[in-house]
Design a protein around this ligand. Structure first.
Ligand SMILES: *Cc1c(COP(=O)(O)O)cnc(C)c1O
Length: 401
């Protein structure tokens, strides 16, 4: 948002940007905000902690290229993402590959590339060993651990209890013994317990328990542990009552855990966190244009040329239990005087389904057909986390400004 109350992305006023892009809807990501966010995270976290970017949050090649120069590692979750990461020129030593269901083809490509594979099961460890054998290379591996605790307050839980992710903590020592005979280099551990957490105290507790777990598992290692990935899950505010994460509290706790607990025992390890949403989510907007405005039995609807097929999360159908509105604003420069009039409108997309609701009873300055409408917090899990083929509309443009 500019000083004059107009929305800007990368310093460009929205209408100018829309003219530059040439079509709506589109996603725009702000390079300066990305750089700024990484700097804030770096300032808050311990100096010797690696910062990773989880590419699945936003795999746009130009954006990954930009972030690759600012972070220490790129974390990928498919061979497709791995190709994007390698294209940035990032050294394979600084690329890690997690995710359940890696195919033999993906494992071969990962071994040939020299990236670190975070194995999610014994079967996968065996197939990784076989891939290394066939290629005459020693695969680099870490074990993704499904912790014996769950992280409360996460938008999406991905650890604790039964999970399709990782190897249950209690059987990791056995797997480590088996892996010693598979010809893979076991470098360390990865624990990722959940996503979208806004509570520093809960993250601090999760990090503490993760450190305990990693230290315990490290006792079973035959070689020095060289890699510890503490996960991420730092959340961003989406809804009115959400308070931003207290990053300095998270950082101070990690500082203590690293210097007092991990470093004295695992002096040779690269210790890191991997963040997706937190680095990119607030740097992006989804811009649509109003195609129709109609009143139905007292409710004013604005129908836009985009919708849930591009920005599923804003429709409430990506991990929300109770649907709430993402922040939305009118893209036109209409100054609203104090006490000036706002109208209540319901913003819907162009898909023929009631699920395609972007803003339920939002209060906005008067907007009409032809005006731009902006959905904020659209930098993470937007386009590539949406059912783009649904209803057969064209794909939106994406720009990094
Ligand atoms: C999705 C994912 C991330 C990124 O999560 P955010 O909540 O976007 O930070 C990190 N690590 C792994 C293993 C993931 O699957």
């Amino acid at each position: 948002m500019g000083d004059d109350g107009r929305i800007r992305v990368g310093g460009l006023a929205l209408d100018r940007l829309a003219a530059r892009v040439g079509s709506t809807p589109f996603f725009a990501y702000d390079r300066r905000l990305l750089t700024q966010r990484v700097a804030e995270v770096r300032a808050a976290l311990p100096d010797d902690l690696d910062l990773g970017y989880a590419v699945k949050a936003n795999p746009m090649p130009a954006l990954v290229q930009h972030l690759s120069s600012l972070v220490d590692t790129l974390d990928v979750a498919s061979a497709g993402e791995m190709a994007v990461a390698l294209d940035t020129g990032t050294a394979p030593e600084r690329i890690t590959f997690a995710g359940p269901g890696k195919t033999d083809d993906e494992l071969h490509r990962a071994v040939a590339s020299g990236v670190l594979v975070e194995v999610e099961s014994e079967g996968e460890a065996r197939r990784l060993g076989a891939a290394g054998h066939e290629l005459g290379l020693r695969p680099r591996a870490a074990i993704r651990v499904n912790p014996d605790f769950a992280v409360k307050g996460s938008g999406m839980r991905m650890g604790g209890g039964p999970q399709q992710f990782g190897v249950d903590a209690e059987v990791v020592p056995q797997l480590m013994d088996k892996m010693a005979h598979l010809g893979v280099a076991l470098e360390g551990f990865h624990v990722f317990a959940g996503s979208q957490n806004l509570h520093a105290s809960i993250l601090a507790e999760a990090h503490e328990r993760t450190v305990n777990l990693v230290l315990e598992l490290s006792k079973h290692a035959s070689e020095p542990v060289r890699y510890v990935n503490l996960g991420g899950g730092f959340g961003i505010p989406y809804f009115e009552k959400d308070q931003p994460l207290d990053l300095s509290a998270v950082g101070a706790n990690l500082e203590r855990l690293c210097s007092e607990r991990l470093r004295p025992v695992l002096g040779e390890a690269r210790i890191g966190v991997e963040l997706g949403r937190y680095l990119v989510g607030e740097a992006g907007v989804y811009v649509t244009r109003i195609v129709d405005r109609k009143v139905s039995r007292g409710v004013t609807y604005c129908v836009v040329d985009g919708g849930m097929h591009h920005q599923l999360a804003a429709s409430g159908n990506f991990g929300q239990v109770i649907r709430r509105n993402y922040p939305i604003s009118a893209g036109v420069a209409r100054t609203v005087e104090p006490g000036g009039e706002l109208t209540e409108v319901t913003i819907v997309g162009s898909l023929c389904t009631p699920l395609d609701l972007l803003g339920d009873k939002v209060r906005l300055p008067t907007i009409d057909v032809g005006d731009l409408l902006v959905v904020h917090q659209a930098g993470a899990y937007g386009l590539t986390a949406s059912p783009t083929a649904f209803l057969g509309h064209p794909s939106p443009a994406e720009v990094l400004v």
